[in-house]
Design a protein around this ligand. Structure first.
Ligand code: FAD
Length: 461
């Protein structure tokens, strides 16, 4: 009987050391480790991992190439379907997608597809492999709003079809949440995000930063005056939600988006930059998703004592298991079944604490998760200097409110078909601006689907 090879672990920085620096937590695989892990793939005839990948990366094929050390070939195979493999290898929730569908996972541990993709992508970057094949221009022009994963995926597929594509980005750096939201210690900016964005540029895609569509220029202006044949909106969901409790206006209450943008995009953690960021001695992060974990781990690295306050139990935490595990290893405390009812302030208007109530779980709600119910008379106070609200985000209404005929739904998301067609002819949309806050790979999948639909639309006009 063949000896079963256990899943190859990826080396990581020591938790006690990394809790005080912003260097990447995971070191990834060496070539030997990657080849060993690749040998675990049984090359299924009907690979369910491909079906489970929203951009349909040819997973068994690239793993087969990696097994024999043909890393350049592996990188070429991945590049056919993904423009951001080094990003996806690091941040995709593989456990619910490709790895969740891996047949080895039924009785044991799935192939570590994420770490293999990351290894191949990093190898290809450090070998300066050129994977970009420019198509002959077809004379048609498409405008893309937003340079996050949705916009980048849509732009690269269109460029590969011969379109002249211009991305308009509101911020001064391209990448969307990859650049301003996900911290450096999970996703290095210069070494990974910038290089993958540059690969999209190499396809001929132009990226103009500091352009707020809806303010600097409208969608109608892009179509009528600037004569773009179609527009793709991939403007994400960057508008933070708050609780609406007393004291939320005190100094020291901040949204996770603002907190992370200061740290990541504006490099507040780096002494060479003068971006202010305040953590005081203690930080309470309210929420339980990946964004909450990122905010908590960032605050810890900035020197604070951090606790995550979450109204349901550990089982219902929406964050990835790996993120929660890393946060605990780094010394983040968790207050489960706890809900803030007021932020407490000092006489000078700064946060001094959080008034909370204990919760217990009742019947399942519409999401299938058991709803938290307040335990009467259970109020207690938690001392804290800063409160980071991480309660989810929704799309900014700027574009829908300045584009006549572009419908959005009750949640503020743009209304679009599966292939991205909105209620305005020639205007397509995808990613978080349509679904609400979701994942990098779903946004990329939506961008790719829209690129195909845009091509069909432009050809028909
Ligand atoms: C802190 C954090 C951590 C996350 N961690 C993970 C993770 O580990 N794994 C995962 O899969 N997903 C994660 N996500 C979710 C994931 O990043 C998003 O689902 C994904 O980035 C959505 O892509 P998008 O292209 O739709 O939007 P975004 O990435 O939000 O990009 C939209 C871009 O559009 C720009 N824009 C907005 N309005 C305008 C305008 N009017 N004019 C011009 N430009 C505009 C924005 O500046 C932004 O650059 C995380 C999200 C956050 C916030």
């Amino acid at each position: 009987m063949a000896v079963k090879i256990p899943r190859t672990p990826a080396r990581e920085q020591d938790p006690a050391v990394r809790a005080a620096n912003f260097d990447e937590v995971c070191y990834g695989y060496s070539a030997e480790e990657a080849m060993l892990e690749a040998s675990r793939c049984i090359q299924c005839k009907k690979p369910s991992c491909i079906e489970a990948c929203p951009v349909s990366v040819k997973i068994p094929q690239f793993i087969h190439a990696a097994l024999s050390g043909s890393f350049a070939e592996a990188a070429r195979i991945i590049a056919q379907d993904s423009s951001l493999p080094a990003v996806c290898g690091r941040v995709c929730p593989q456990e619910t997608q490709c790895e969740g569908a891996c047949i080895l996972g039924v009785k044991g541990e799935p192939v570590n597809i994420g770490k293999l993709e990351r290894f191949v992508a990093d190898w290809s970057m450090s070998s300066n492999l050129n994977l970009t094949e420019k198509a002959a221009p077809n004379g048609r022009r498409v405008a893309v709003v937003g340079s996050g994963p949705a916009g980048l995926a849509c732009a690269s597929d269109l460029a590969k079809m011969g379109y002249s594509v211009k991305i308009f980005e509101a911020l001064h750096r391209a990448g969307g949440v990859l650049e301003y939201g996900i911290p450096e210690f999970r996703l290095p900016k210069e070494r990974v995000v910038k290089r993958e964005v540059d690969n999209v540029r190499k396809l001929g895609v132009e990226i103009e930063t500091n352009v707020v569509v809806g303010r600097t220029v409208t969608i109608d202006c892009l179509m009528k005056d600037e004569k773009f044949d179609a527009v793709f909106i991939g403007s994400g969901a960057g508008l933070p939600k708050f609780m609406g409790i007393p004291g939320e206006n005190l100094n020291g209450v901040v949204s996770a988006n603002e907190f992370l943008t200061r740290a990541n995009l504006m490099k507040a953690y780096d002494s060479r930059y003068d971006t202010p960021i305040y953590v005081g001695k203690r930080v309470a992060v309210v929420g339980g998703g990946n964004v909450a974990m990122d905010a908590a781990r960032t605050a810890k690295r900035l020197g604070a004592e951090v606790c995550v306050v979450y109204r349901r139990s550990e089982k219902e935490l929406p964050a990835r298991v790996e993120e929660v595990h890393h946060a605990r290893e780094e010394g983040i405390a968790f207050r489960m079944l706890t809900n803030p009812v007021a932020v407490l302030g000092t006489d000078s208007g700064w946060v001094r604490g959080l008034r909370c109530v204990r919760m217990e779980l009742g019947d399942p709600d519409a999401s299938g998760r058991r709803s938290p119910v307040e335990v009467k008379g259970s109020e207690f106070d938690v001392d804290t200097d800063v409160v980071v609200m991480s309660l989810g985000t929704s799309p900014n209404p700027l574009i829908s409110s300045t584009t006549p005929g572009l419908e959005s739904n009750r949640r503020g998301c743009l209304v679009a078909t599966e292939t991205g067609a909105t209620t305005r002819a020639g205007v397509f949309a995808g990613g978080d601006t349509v679904t609400g806050a979701a994942t990098v790979i779903l946004a990329m999948g939506a961008g790719r689907a829209a690129a195909k639909a845009i091509d069909e639309y432009v050809r028909s006009t």
